[in-house]
Ligand binder design. Structure first.
Ligand SMILES: *[C@@H]1O[C@H](CO)[C@@H](O)[C@H](O)[C@H]1NC(C)=O
Ligand SMILES: *[C@@H]1O[C@H](CO)[C@@H](O)[C@H](O)[C@H]1NC(C)=O
Ligand SMILES: *[C@@H]1O[C@H](CO)[C@@H](O)[C@H](O)[C@H]1NC(C)=O
Ligand SMILES: *[C@@H]1O[C@H](CO)[C@@H](O)[C@H](O)[C@H]1NC(C)=O
Ligand SMILES: *[C@@H]1O[C@H](CO)[C@@H](O)[C@H](O)[C@H]1NC(C)=O
Ligand SMILES: *[C@@H]1O[C@H](CO)[C@@H](O)[C@H](O)[C@H]1NC(C)=O
Ligand SMILES: *[C@@H]1O[C@H](CO)[C@@H](O)[C@H](O)[C@H]1NC(C)=O
Length: 447
């Protein structure tokens, strides 16, 4: 039997705005039941999340999910973000072909999950924050789930990335502004090509990239450390490539969001002080911005200017470079001679854009170098993973090296860059670290 609980009505604006007044004490609706604008579903058994209608500005109504347990209103999913309802009287229910729909008072559909092919479907809000449609008799097999259609928030257990069999790409898109859930300009989307990594986009423009996953963390987030109670996963299979995190301590709440002004933020809820604590964000410094030093440039926040050319490369546009505009990057000082070339090791690096790189997980570093040397258009190689037992594998870059940066000692990774053999001899003699800022003339020494 359904038990409908009447809660205290609250009449101040804020209360009306965010919190509907009647909550079902249930987490599930069957195909003959519906939810009106003043009713909500509450996940069970822990009652962590709530599903219902809300209005951030008292003029547009949305249907979505927020934390029930957390007093600061925090929305994690919005169904009709780009089709707001203009009146408060709306209904959530089952539509045709097992779909779930949001309709206004005259029955116009504002959002639909589309067909789910359920025979006897129910819709349930889980304690993970996932809204699922499933057969009543089967609790484990979802016909549809909100986790496959993220808004701006990644919750524990959600997968950010691709399921190529289902042709499904799950990515985060910002709200337009903190009071407007409609699709904003920023997104965080995994590119499965090459050596997969995640890009932050502003419309069609790349802003930041995570760097590829090196077995421990993203190459571009050396500060990413396993946190007590949180663990991170990156799956890279032939047909499934995704990033995900999970909570190993049930009393911890953490979420990753693509915010409306273009930053990724990870928050952790602090129970004792009742606030969302900002745990991490990006981009953080000038070197995080995509390709700020151009091809074959390396960005180093500890240097001035922050852009350097890789040894053996010189600024393409010296005048702009000297004006601290690194965008044109660097070009080779000495042309390559293919099989006679050598490789210059660079340490503590954020690996370059690896969309056009390729990976062989079973090759050793020596085999990797041999293979890289064979083809003149291969520009660099590195280990695929740097974890304990997993050290090894091979990544080879096939074009210009973009968006590299240098980290503090012990933070980044090693990459081996193809250079004409004469350049290697030249630079080895300095015992230097493979960087050249182009403005200081390099005086060759006799060896
Ligand atoms: C429902 O939405 C339709 C389409 O926007 C609109 O024409 C109609 O007036 C709405 N009904 C109510 C009661 O708001
Ligand atoms: C349902 O289908 C419509 C029309 O093809 C599409 O615009 C909408 O995004 C779909 N809804 C979901 C949740 O995929
Ligand atoms: C989970 O986190 C809470 C609060 O931080 C802490 O008191 C508790 O000991 C943790 N439990 C485990 C199993 O780590
Ligand atoms: C987005 O995140 C950045 C970095 O934490 C922060 O400075 C900014 O205020 C955030 N924007 C909004 C709208 O919260
Ligand atoms: C460029 O190469 C020439 C020799 O070909 C060498 O003398 C010069 O120092 C190199 N410049 C840089 C910046 O590496
Ligand atoms: C990866 O490298 C191994 C060892 O050299 C080789 O046997 C294998 O064919 C390579 N795989 C691919 C897909 O190139
Ligand atoms: C060298 O690599 C390029 C780029 O991946 C490829 O198009 C070309 O076929 C390769 N050449 C040889 C001889 O393998």
């Amino acid at each position: 039997m359904r038990d409908i609980t009447n809660k205290l009505h609250c009449f101040n604006i804020l209360c009306l705005t965010f919190f509907p007044t009647i909550a079902f004490s249930v987490d599930t609706l069957t195909s003959t039941q519906s939810l009106t604008n003043i009713q909500t579903l509450v996940s069970s058994p822990a009652q962590l999340f709530e599903l219902g209608f809300f209005t951030p500005d008292n003029s547009r109504w949305y249907f979505g999910i927020w934390y029930k347990k957390i007093p600061v209103s925090t929305f994690v999913w919005v169904a009709n973000r780009d089709q707001p309802l203009s009146n408060p009287s709306n209904t959530f229910k089952f539509g045709d072909q097992g779909s779930i729909v949001v309709v206004n008072e005259s029955g116009t559909i504002f959002w639909s999950s589309n067909q789910t092919q359920g025979v006897n479907p129910v819709v349930q809000l889980l304690d993970t924050g996932n809204l699922v449609v499933r057969e009543e008799s089967n609790a484990d097999n979802y016909l549809w789930q909100s986790f496959d259609y993220p808004t701006d928030t990644l919750l524990p257990g959600m997968k950010l990335g691709w399921d190529l069999d289902a042709n499904m790409d799950r990515y985060l898109t910002s709200w337009k502004n903190p009071n407007d859930p409609s699709t904003g300009a920023f997104s965080f989307q995994l590119d499965f090509h090459g050596f997969p990594e995640i890009f932050l986009w502003r419309n069609q423009e790349r802003v930041y990239r995570s760097g590829p996953w090196n077995g421990l963390r993203f190459s571009g987030t050396p500060e990413m450390e396993p946190l007590d109670g949180l663990s991170f996963e990156f799956a890279n299979y032939q047909h499934k490539v995704y990033y995900s995190f999970s909570e190993t301590n049930a009393s911890l709440f953490s979420r990753l969001i693509m915010n409306s002004t273009g930053y990724l933020q990870r928050f952790v809820w602090i129970e004792s002080s009742q606030v969302w604590n900002l745990f991490w964000y990006a981009p953080k410094d000038p070197c995080d911005y995509y390709n700020s030093c151009g091809p074959y440039g390396m960005c180093d926040t500890n240097a001035s200017p922050i852009c350097k050319c890789v040894k053996g490369f010189v600024p393409k546009n010296l005048q702009a470079w000297n004006m601290r505009d690194g965008a044109d990057g660097c070009v080779r000082n000495t042309s390559l001679a293919c099989e006679k070339d050598k490789f210059l090791p660079l340490n503590n690096m954020k690996l370059p854009d690896s969309t056009t790189a390729f990976v062989n997980k079973s090759m050793s570093l020596t085999e990797c170098q041999e293979m890289c040397l064979k083809n003149c258009s291969y520009t660099a190689y590195a280990n695929y993973q740097i974890t304990g037992q997993g050290v090894g594998g091979c990544v080879i870059w096939t074009g210009e090296l973009l968006d590299m940066r240098v980290y503090a000692e012990g933070s980044g990774q090693d990459i081996y860059v193809r250079l004409a053999a004469s350049e290697i001899v030249l630079h080895e003699s300095f015992g230097d670290k493979g960087v050249c800022d182009g403005s200081t003339p390099v005086v060759p020494v006799k060896v």
